[in-house]
Design a protein around this ligand. Structure first.
Ligand code: GLN
Length: 485
C-alpha cells in the first residue's frame, strides 16, 4: 500500500485493517528523512526508540487491543520541547548536549495517546526568527523551492510535514511561528489561545505569548491533536480551567450564516498583490458555502508589531538569563572568575539574533526607559486586546492573509532584522490580543510557492475556526498539494 501523505485517521484505519504495520510506517518516514536530508529538517533523530515503540504497537494490534487516539502515529516535535532522554537544543549551541530530565506536558500527553516521536525538528535558536536561518544547526530549506526559506521559527516542523517525514509536527507560536512557516510550506497550522495548551517543559522565549500548536495537513487533524494536548495542567498555573471542547465533533457543523470579518488593515501597501487577490477569492469561496462576509476595521493593528517586539525582548532578556553556563548546557572551562565564566559561555553559546534581543530587552527594562517602552507597550497591548475582543461581537472569525509575501530567498532578509520582523505583521496580533488562529494553504503563486490564509477567532473559540477551516477543506483541495521533489 502507498504510505505517502496519510492522515491520522487513515493511519488508524490502515493499522486496524492490517493494510500495513506500524513498523513499516515508521520505516517509511525514516526513508523519507534520509532521502531529503539536505532540507535539514531534524536536529536529532529517535530511530531506535521509534522502531521499538512501533513493534509494541504492532503487537497490540495483533492481540486485538483497542488503539488510543494517536496510537502508532509517527510524529516529530520542534526541538523546543523537553523530551526525556532525547537531546533538546532549542536550536542553540548553548544547549548542544542538553538532555532533558522530563517530558513537556504536550509530549507527555502525545505519548500517553500513543504517538511515536521520530525526531526533533530544526528551528530558529530559542524560537527567535521567521526564516529558520538563526539555527545553530544550519538553515532549513523550503521544499517547494530549495533556494528559499521555509519560514520560522518552526521551519523544520513545517518543511518535514510538507514532505511527509512524519504524520504531523508540534511547533510553538509566540508571534507566528507555527502559522508563518505553515503558510510558506503549504500546510495547515494552528495556534491555540494562550493558556489553552500547557507551556510546561517548553523552553521559554516569551512566557506571556508562547503557545504550542499542531502542524498538519488538515484542520481535522488539528482538531484531533488539540483534543489530546489541550487542557488544564497543574504544572503550568497559567493554563485555563475551561473545559476542552469536542473539536472533532464541532468541526462538522454547517457554517451557513457565520459572519467572517475582513479587516481592511490587513490588505496593505507592500504586500504581494497575488496574495491579496487570492485571499479575497477565498472570501468568495466562503460566501458560496453560506457564510456572510463583512468588511471591518481594526485600526490598532498598526501598533501590534512594536508592542510585540518590546514585550518579547523584555521577556527574552529575563528568560534567557538562566543560561549562565552553570546550570545547563555549555560551560566555559577557561574562565578565570565567575563574571568571565558567564560572559564567555554566553558569548560563545548564543547566536547574533538572540544576543540582539537580550540586549534590546535589557535596554527596554532598564531604569529610566521602562516606562517609555515596556510599561507603555503593556498599556497599548490592552487597547489592542479590547479592540480585537470587541470585533468578535460583530463577527465570528477574522479572515486575513497569513503572511505579506510568499517564501523569500535564503539570505535575502538575514542581515536586515527590521524587514525580517515585518514577516510577522499579520500573525502577531493574535498573540498580542490572546486569540486563537489557524493558517490554511490556499494554493500556489505564479512562482509555484504556497500562499497561506489565516482565520482568527475569539479566545478559546478554537471550535469556531476549526469548523470553518474544516468545512473549507471539504470544499477545496488546496491542502492536498504537495511539493514536487
Ligand atoms: N518570527 C517571530 C519572532 O522572531 C515569531 C517567533 C515565534 O513565534 N516563536 O519573534
Amino acid at each position: 500500500m502507498d504510505l505517502s501523505y496519510l492522515t491520522i485517521s487513515e493511519i488508524k484505519k490502515g493499522l486496524r485493517d492490517k493494510k500495513f504495520s506500524c513498523t513499516e510506517l515508521v520505516k517509511y518516514y525514516f526513508t523519507r528523512i534520509e532521502s531529503f536530508e539536505d532540507i535539514n529538517c531534524f536536529i536529532t533523530l529517535n530511530k531506535k526508540e521509534a522502531l521499538k515503540r512501533a513493534k509494541e504497537v504492532d503487537k497490540k494490534i495483533k492481540s486485538g487491543e483497542e488503539l488510543k487516539a494517536l496510537e502508532g502515529v509517527p510524529i516529530s516535535v520542534k526541538d523546543l520541547f523537553m523530551t526525556k532522554g532525547i537531546k533538546t537544543t532549542a536550536g542553540s549551541k548553548i544547549l548542544e548536549e542538553y538532555i532533558a530530565p522530563y517530558d513537556a506536558t504536550v509530549i507527555h500527553r502525545l505519548k500517553e495517546a500513543g504517538a511515536i516521536i521520530i525526531g526533533k525538528n530544526n528551528c530558529d535558536e530559542f524560537a527567535m526568527g521567521a526564516s529558520n536561518e538563526n539555527s545553530a544547526y544550519g538553515p532549513v530549506l523550503n521544499p517547494w523551492d530549495k533556494s528559499r526559506v521555509p519560514g520560522g521559527s518552526s521551519g523544520g516542523s513545517a518543511a518535514s510535514v510538507a514532505i511527509d517525514m512524519g504524520t504531523f509536527s508540534i511547533g510553538t507560536d509566540t508571534g507566528g511561528s507555527v502559522r508563518q512557516p505553515g503558510a510558506l510550506c503549504g500546510i495547515t497550522a494552528l495556534k491555540p489561545t494562550y493558556a489553552r495548551v500547557s507551556r510546561y517543559g517548553i523552553i521559554a522565549m516569551t512566557s506571556s505569548f508562547d503557545q504550542a500548536g499542531p502542524m498538519t495537513h488538515t484542520a481535522e487533524e488539528c482538531a484531533e491533536i488539540l483534543e489530546v494536548i489541550a487542557g488544564e495542567d497543574i504544572n503550568d498555573s497559567t493554563t485555563s480551567k475551561l473545559k476542552v471542547d469536542k473539536y472533532t465533533e464541532d468541526i462538522k457543523k454547517d457554517i451557513k450564516g457565520k459572519v467572517i470579518g475582513l479587516p481592511k488593515e490587513y490588505f496593505i501597501k507592500g504586500m504581494d498583490m497575488e496574495i491579496e487577490i487570492r485571499i479575497k477569492e477565498m472570501a468568495e469561496e466562503f460566501k458560496k458555502m453560506g457564510a456572510i462576509i463583512k468588511e471591518v476595521s481594526l485600526p490598532s493593528t498598526e501598533h501590534a508589531l512594536a508592542v510585540y517586539y518590546i514585550i518579547l525582548m523584555a521577556e527574552v532578556s529575563s528568560n534567557l538569563s538562566r543560561y549562565d553556563g552553570i546550570r545547563y548546557g555549555l560551560n566555559n572551562k577557561q574562565a578565570k572568575n565567575l563574571k568571565e565564566h558567564y560572559e564567555k559561555t554566553r558569548a560563545d553559546g548564543f547566536g547574533d539574533e538572540v544576543k540582539r534581543r537580550i540586549m534590546m530587552g535589557t535596554y527596554v527594562l532598564s531604569a529610566g526607559y521602562q516606562d517609555a517602552y515596556y510599561n507603555q507597550a503593556k498599556k497599548v497591548q490592552k487597547e489592542i486586546q479590547k479592540e480585537y475582543l470587541d470585533i468578535f461581537n460583530e463577527v465570528d472569525v477574522l479572515l486575513t492573509p497569513t503572511t505579506p509575501t510568499t517564501a523569500f530567498k535564503l539570505g535575502e532578509k538575514y542581515n536586515d532584522p527590521l524587514t525580517m520582523y515585518l514577516c510577522d505583521i499579520y500573525t502577531i496580533s493574535a498573540n498580542v490580543a490572546g486569540l486563537c488562529a489557524i493558517s490554511l494553504p490556499v494554493g500556489l503563486s505564479t512562482q509555484n510557492l504556497p500562499i497561506g490564509m489565516q482565520l482568527m477567532g475569539a479566545p478559546f473559540k478554537e471550535s469556531v475556526i476549526l469548523n470553518l477551516a474544516h468545512q473549507f477543506q471539504l470544499n477545496t483541495d488546496f491542502h492536498k498539494r504537495q511539493p514536487n521533489l
